[in-house]
Design a binder for this molecule. Structure first.
Ligand code: SAH
Length: 336
C-alpha cells in the first residue's frame, strides 16, 4: 500500500464519478496491487473459482474469508464446521425474518397513515433515474460533515498486527469496518484515520465494498501514527490502563484507539507504546457513570461509537456509554 500512502476520502459532495477522478492515482495503485495479488497467486488457486465473501458496510454478520469451490467439493466439512455453518444459516434465517417483519410493519404503518405507497414508489424511481436521490443524499452528507472540521479526530493505530492471531486480525478488520459504518451513519461524523495499515488487516479490508477510495471522511496509510498526526501534543492515546480519566473531549485533539483484539492477552500494550512515543494517555470515564460487571476493556468499535455518541448526545458520557455498550455487560447506571 505504500504507493497509495494516504488516501483522503472526505470528499463529501462529490459523485462517485468525480471522486473516482480525484482519486485516480490512489485507485490506479490499488488496482495494480489487486492485479499483482491476482498474478502472484499459485496456479492452482487461480484456476479454482474463488468467491470472496461480499461484505456490505451495513451488514452485521460477515465472514472475512474466501471459499474455493473446488476445495469445498473435495474436503467434507468437519463437525465443528458443520455446526458453525448451521449456526450461521440459522442466524441468517432470523435476520431475513426480522427484515420481513420490519418491512410489513412499515407498510402497515404507512397504510394506517393513509399514504399512497404506489405513488411514493413511482416518485422514488423517478428520483433515482434523474439522479436527484443521490444529489439529496450528498447534500445531507455535506450538511452532516460541516462540523467535522472543527471537531476532534479519531485514529485507529493498526501497528500491532504481528502480535495477533489470524482470527484476531479478522476480528480487528471487522471492527475497523464497524467504525467506518458507525461514522457514515452518524449525525455528526468525524474524520477517521487508520495508521500503520498493512498486511492481512489491509488485505481483508480491500474485500469490503468501496474500500478505501469510496469511503467518506476516511484516511488510511501504512505510515505510523505520528507521521499521520505529527502534532504530538494534540494526540491522546486511549487505553483502559491509563491513570487519567477523560472528562470531556477536546476538539483540537486526535484520539487514538489501539487496533488490537487480544481477549485481554496483551495487557498494557498501548500504554507502553504511548510512553515510547511520548504521548499522553486517557481512559474512558466508565467507573464514574456505570457499574459494569464485565471487563472495562472495550472493543475498538465500541470505543469509537462512544466518542461519537458523546458528541451527538450533548457531551453526556452516561447516555453515550449506556447507548453503546451491549446489555450483556450487565450495566447499571450510577445515579448522580
Ligand atoms: N490489551 C489492549 C486492549 C485492546 S482493546 C491494550 O493494551 O490496549 C482495543 C483498544 O480500545 C485499546 O487499545 C484502547 O485504545 C481502546 N479501549 C478499550 N477500552 C478502553 C477504555 N476503557 N478506555 C479507553 N480506551 C479503551
Amino acid at each position: 500500500m505504500s504507493k497509495a500512502d494516504i488516501v483522503e476520502k472526505s470528499n463529501g459532495g462529490q459523485d462517485n464519478e468525480e471522486s473516482n477522478q480525484s482519486n485516480t492515482n490512489v485507485t490506479d495503485s490499488l488496482q495494480s496491487k489487486k492485479e499483482n495479488d491476482q498474478t502472484n497467486k499459485s496456479p492452482t488457486t487461480a484456476s479454482t473459482t474463488t468467491t470472496a465473501t461480499t461484505i456490505s458496510t451495513t451488514a452485521t454478520t460477515t465472514i472475512l474469508s474466501c471459499n474455493t469451490e473446488g476445495d469445498e467439493a473435495e474436503k467434507p466439512m468437519s463437525k465443528s464446521q458443520q455446526k458453525k455453518r448451521k449456526r450461521y444459516e440459522k442466524l441468517m434465517a432470523i435476520k431475513k425474518r426480522r427484515k420481513q417483519q420490519d418491512k410489513d410493519a412499515k407498510i402497515a404503518k404507512a397504510k394506517a397513515e393513509g399514504r399512497d405507497l404506489d405513488a411514493e414508489r413511482k416518485l422514488q424511481e423517478e428520483r433515482t433515474k434523474s439522479g436527484e436521490g443521490r444529489r439529496k443524499r450528498e447534500e445531507r452528507w455535506q450538511e452532516r460533515m460541516k462540523s467535522a472540521d472543527t471537531c476532534f479526530k479519531i485514529c485507529v493505530d493498526c501497528s500491532f498486527e504481528d502480535q495477533m492471531t489470524p482470527k484476531e486480525i479478522g476480528s480487528l478488520s471487522n471492527q475497523v469496518r464497524y467504525c467506518y459504518a458507525a461514522n457514515k451513519s452518524s449525525h455528526n461524523p468525524v474524520h477517521l484515520s487508520v495508521s500503520s495499515l498493512s498486511g492481512t488487516t489491509y488485505d481483508n479490508l480491500t474485500k469490503v465494498c468501496g474500500f478505501p477510495d469510496q469511503w467518506r471522511a476516511f484516511t488510511c496509510s501504512d505510515k505510523p501514527l505520528l507521521e499521520l498526526h505529527s502534532e504530538k501534543s494534540n494526540v491522546v492515546y486511549l487505553t483502559s490502563d491509563s491513570d487519567y480519566t477523560l472528562e470531556h473531549l477536546d476538539d483540537t485533539k486526535t484520539y487514538v484507539i489501539g487496533g488490537i483484539v487480544d481477549r485481554n492477552r496483551l495487557k498494557g500494550l498501548t500504554t507502553t507504546k504511548a510512553k515510547e512515543l511520548g504521548i499522553t494517555t486517557a481512559r474512558l470515564p466508565i467507573d464514574q457513570y456505570l457499574h459494569l460487571c464485565a471487563t472495562k476493556v472495550l472493543t475498538c468499535n465500541h470505543v469509537f461509537e462512544i466518542l461519537l455518541k458523546y458528541r451527538e448526545l450533548d457531551n453526556d458520557w452516561k447516555a453515550a456509554l449506556l447507548d453503546v455498550l451491549p446489555a450483556r455487560k450487565d450495566i447499571t447506571g450510577i445515579s448522580k
